[in-house]
Design a protein around this ligand. Structure first.
Ligand SMILES: Cc1cc2nc3c(=O)[nH]c(=O)nc-3n(C[C@H](O)[C@H](O)[C@H](O)COP(=O)(O)OP(=O)(O)OC[C@H]3O[C@@H](n4cnc5c(N)ncnc54)[C@H](O)[C@@H]3O)c2cc1C
Ligand SMILES: NC(=O)c1ccc[n+]([C@@H]2O[C@H](COP(=O)([O-])OP(=O)(O)OC[C@H]3O[C@@H](n4cnc5c(N)ncnc54)[C@H](OP(=O)(O)O)[C@@H]3O)[C@@H](O)[C@H]2O)c1
Length: 272
């Protein structure tokens, strides 16, 4: 018996569409080391403010080159925003820093992470502690009405080496009380404590030092951190996270997780 084979011709596009492709809608360069960008949001993507996803570009070997990125936009936003470093010899960001509106990036729609409100026990004051691009998850949480429904006061401490590196966060925080969508939730509840460590500015010093010396409490006119009232979220370099754990444990706070909520949670802003 002869078997007959049916060959169906399919057309293969010369430039294959990226898997999990999303389209860049805007790009803002803040310094020669920092930029932010917005992309279309997959209709099916649900995430909790503060989580991260894997994003990237197609590598020269034809395989996706992906890195972890905190989603900087809140969960209600119809687009997704990211806040990124530019590492000049970084495999991904040496290329990603050149994206333009209309370009495509890869976005794996599997959000995860520990910097979520559910990983903390209820409290009165919520502290966000960030260095550098560690601000990104808090750019999301600061824009989420649930943050203000759960806490009476939210304090954003952000520290960078130079003034220009604070600008993305500063513009965001200053715009929030007037924001037509969430201004009513934010107004009077969000306090901002930006500092620099290498360039002179109005407020200076490492977050760890300003907490242990009590300077931040004196400047803001508030009582020191207590496990009865305060909750914290930490995002920065490994050294910063390690030192912050010690500082917060010193105030009597315990580290929590999604599965075991407590008084503070930590996530790396980058590896290395
Ligand atoms: C959970 C998680 C969330 C992250 N979220 C973000 C984010 O929202 N925005 C972001 O820019 N990066 C974020 N990163 C870092 C990101 O995954 C990449 O490392 C970064 O995009 C650089 O990629 P690369 O391939 O160019 O260089 P890589 O080879 O990944 O990194 C090269 C070196 O650059 C330095 N570096 C990498 N990322 C940073 C950074 N963000 N700030 C300062 N130095 C850095 C480190 O020393 C690193 O060893 C996150 C990492 C983790 C683990
Ligand atoms: N930022 C720049 O202008 C710049 C330029 C070129 C290259 N780089 C390189 O890029 C990498 C990341 O630099 P980055 O500036 O984004 O991040 P970073 O070195 O982690 O510093 C960011 C901020 O966090 C503070 N910090 C660092 N470790 C801390 C700790 N253990 N406890 C409390 N605060 C701490 C720093 O204060 P201190 O200033 O006191 O350390 C700084 O204000 C570094 O390898 C750096 O050499 C940075």
């Amino acid at each position: 018996m002869t078997e007959s084979l049916t060959v169906t011709e399919i057309s293969i596009p010369k430039t294959p569409t990226l898997p999990d492709a999303q389209t860049v809608t805007s790009v803002t360069h803040w310094t020669d080391r920092l930029f932010s960008f917005r992309v279309t949001r997959p209709q099916s993507l649900r995430f909790r403010s503060g989580e991260f996803v894997m994003i990237g570009l197609m590598g020269e070997n034809g395989k996706p080159l992906l890195r972890a990125y905190s989603i900087a936009s809140p969960s209600w936003d119809e687009e997704l925003e990211f806040y990124s470093i530019k590492v000049q010899d970084g495999p991904l960001t040496s290329k990603l820093q050149h994206i333009q509106p209309g370009d495509q990036i890869i976005l794996r729609p599997k959000p995860v992470g520990t910097l979520v409100l559910d990983a903390l026990l209820p409290g009165k004051r919520l502290w966000f502690f960030a260095t550098g691009t560690g601000l990104a998850p808090f750019a999301s949480l600061m824009r989420d009405p649930e943050t203000y429904e759960r806490y009476d006061e939210v304090i954003m401490m952000h520290t960078c080496r130079d003034v220009a590196e604070l600008e993305y966060g500063r513009q965001l925080v200053e715009s929030l009380p007037e924001d037509p969508l969430i201004g009513e939730f934010v107004a009077g509840k969000l306090r901002y404590y930006p500092t620099t460590t290498r360039e002179d500015s109005a407020q200076m010093g490492r977050i760890t030092d300003n907490l242990t010396s009590g300077k931040v409490f004196a400047d803001l006119g508030i009582p020191p951190i207590s496990p009865d009232t305060d909750r914290g979220m930490v995002c920065g370099s490994l050294a910063f996270n390690t030192d912050m754990k010690q500082v917060l444990e010193g105030f009597g706070l315990r580290e929590g997780a999604n599965s075991d909520p407590a008084e503070y949670v930590v996530e790396k802003a980058f590896v290395g």
